[in-house]
Ligand binder design. Structure first.
Ligand SMILES: [Zn+2]
Length: 76
């Protein structure tokens, strides 16, 4: 069973196996806080993609800063 703290990590993974996917989906189903987090994560992804499309290279530090800021408040 995933904990809320593990969810951001799972959301950032690109190669989830079926078991991890099922666990994540189940957690999002029962946890409205993480469902909201997922929504924000999707928005953030859209934003990053837009940024990447505009900029020739993505500043890794900037991306990390955005992610840190987004997920900080969800840490206990
Ligand atoms: Zn949760």
């Amino acid at each position: 069973m995933l904990t809320c703290k593990q969810v951001p990590e799972e959301l950032m993974k690109v190669d989830l196996n079926w078991r991890e996917k099922a666990q994540l989906r189940f957690h999002l189903f029962i946890c409205s806080r993480c469902k909201e987090l997922k929504r924000q994560f999707d928005n953030l992804n859209d934003g990053l993609h837009r940024y990447i499309n505009k900029a020739p290279t993505l500043d890794a530090n900037l991306a990390q800063k955005i992610l840190d800021k987004k997920f900080k408040k969800f840490d206990p």
